[in-house]
Structure formats: structure tokens, C-alpha cells
Design a protein around this ligand. Sequence first.
Ligand SMILES: Nc1ncnc2c1ncn2[C@@H]1O[C@H](COP(=O)(O)OP(=O)(O)O)[C@@H](O)[C@H]1O
Ligand SMILES: [Mg+2]
Length: 303
Amino acid sequence: MTQTLSNTAAPESRTDDRALVIRDLHVVPIAERSREILRGINLTVRQGEVHAIMGRNGSGKTTLAYALMGHPAYEVTRGEVLWKGYDLLKLSPDKRSRLGIFLAFQYPTAIPGLSVASFLRTALNARSRPLDQPQSEFDPSDATRGGINMADYRRLLREKMALLKLDDSFAARYVNEGFSGGEKKRLEMLQMAVLAPHMAILDETDSGLDIDALRIVAEGVNAQLNPDLGVLLITHYQRILNYITPDRVHVLAQGQMVASGGRELALRLEEEGYAPVLLEAGLEPDFEDERKSPEPAEAPPAH
Ligand SMILES: Nc1ncnc2c1ncn2[C@@H]1O[C@H](COP(=O)(O)OP(=O)(O)O)[C@@H](O)[C@H]1O
Ligand SMILES: [Mg+2]
């Protein structure tokens, strides 16, 4: 399924164990293999850096996020992704998570009957077993055997909820059931804080949010930034970048990264829309300039 292009690997990034290195990534949806969505993505994101990926709807942003996490609806037909000395694409999603990769969903699912506190504890335990520790030697309730005991977990949860300014009652609610758009995003932020990933992929965490909720998400991300955390911030609109300062901005169009730059690139997209940047990259912008189009209040359902 995965073809490894080891001969194209630059020696220095082979040894760079603090970077997610994506090389020549090609991805097709399983449902329609003849249709290549990603056509050779190259990108390096180091721990401690925030990279924004911008692109209009349908450009392949979610496909990139899913391919990195190992979503079964997508197949990587070419390329490699290096992380902590592993070819990530050869690992199951659960191993990717245990290696510190985290994906915040664009459209999180509700799980009636399961409290936020139990959900997060289960998630934390599921991913705390090191890759080289056999299941039989792992005990989720024993800190000396890779797990976390209840008292320590409660303390951790309380600390992270305080960091994100969440009310205590939040932990007892059922996962995403009856949550507003903003509350769903807060739970994604809390999940991220509890799991403390080394590479967080945030797929349109800003979509459908009013400005107050957007600010909460941005504050949530900013509160978590640290030298071990890399962030891949996927967004259609530049407005979240008013609150989270990216180190690099990349533009995804027609399955490829067509431009990269600093924060000024995002501001330019806001000013001019995507068309001029695509034209410069030699692409035909086959769509209306979206610069003035309002953001939808409600996100459409996921496919
Ligand atoms: N599972 C799938 N099956 C078929 N087509 C898909 C699938 N996922 C995405 N696509 C198509 O690939 C393109 C990119 O989709 P997506 O990655 O969701 O873009 P974005 O997140 O940038 O809006 C779209 O045209 C979409 O319809
Ligand atoms: Mg998307």
C-alpha cells in the first residue's frame, strides 16, 4: 500500500527526530481510487513550530489531516511521512497517537452516555503505553506500569480544565451531546491538553465559530504552546491567525502546496482572495474569488 521513497530522503532530515517530515505524499479516497486528491505534498513541521495550512473548500486539507492520522477511507499511493524515526504511514492510527500525534476533528461526534471525564481517561490510557511495551505489561491504573491512577488523573484533569477556563461541570457532561459549536471545540482543546501531544493537527477548529468561541479556541491553543508541541493549523479563513501567530503559512490548492510564506501570506489571502496566489503558482483558479463570501454559521455535515 505504501511506497517508501527512501532514495529521495535528505540525510539531515532522516536524523531530525523533532520534525514531522512529509515527502511527496499522494492520496486517493478508497471510494474513488481514480481520483487523486493529494498530488505530492512536501512539508516539514518541527516541534515547537506552528504551521498554518490554508486552502479553499475542497482543496484537500481534511484529506491531508486524515491521511496523516491513518483514516481508513484514504489510501496513500506514494510518498512517506517520517516522525520520531518511524515511517508513520506504516503504523496503525493507534500507534500514531501513541507517538504523540493528535488530530482535532472538524466535526466531532457525540457519544451519549459517556462522560467527558471517562472518555478522556480512557483516551489517555489507550495512548500512554509506549510502542515497545507489550499489552501484558501495561496497567492503566498503575503509574509504575505505564498507566495513571485515579487521583493523579483527577488532578491532571482539574489542572487542564483550569488552564482552559472550563467550568467543573463540563467533566460530567456526555461527550459532545447537546454541545454548542464552541463547546465541541473546547472539548477538542481539553482532549489535546490532557493527551499533551507532540504534533497536533487542528482541522478547521475555527469553522462555524462566532468570534468569542474563536477566541476561546485560540487561547486554548496558545495556552498549550511549548517547545515540544508542533501544530498544523488547518483553516480556510485567516481570522484565527489574528489570535494564533503561525511561524509559516502554506497554501494548498489542487492537491499541492502552491505557496509558502510568513504571516503576511495569510494577510494577503484575506486581502486578495486565493486567485492571485494560484495564478502566480501557474494554476488556473477555476472558481469565484471567495474573498467577500461570508463564513457559514453552521458547518455542513462531514462525509
Ligand atoms: N472519502 C472521499 N471519497 C471521495 N471523495 C472525497 C473523499 N474525501 C474527500 N473527497 C473529495 O476530495 C476533495 C478534497 O476534500 P477535503 O480534503 O475534504 O477538502 P477540504 O478539507 O480542503 O475542504 C473534495 O473534492 C472532496 O469531495
Ligand atoms: Mg475540511
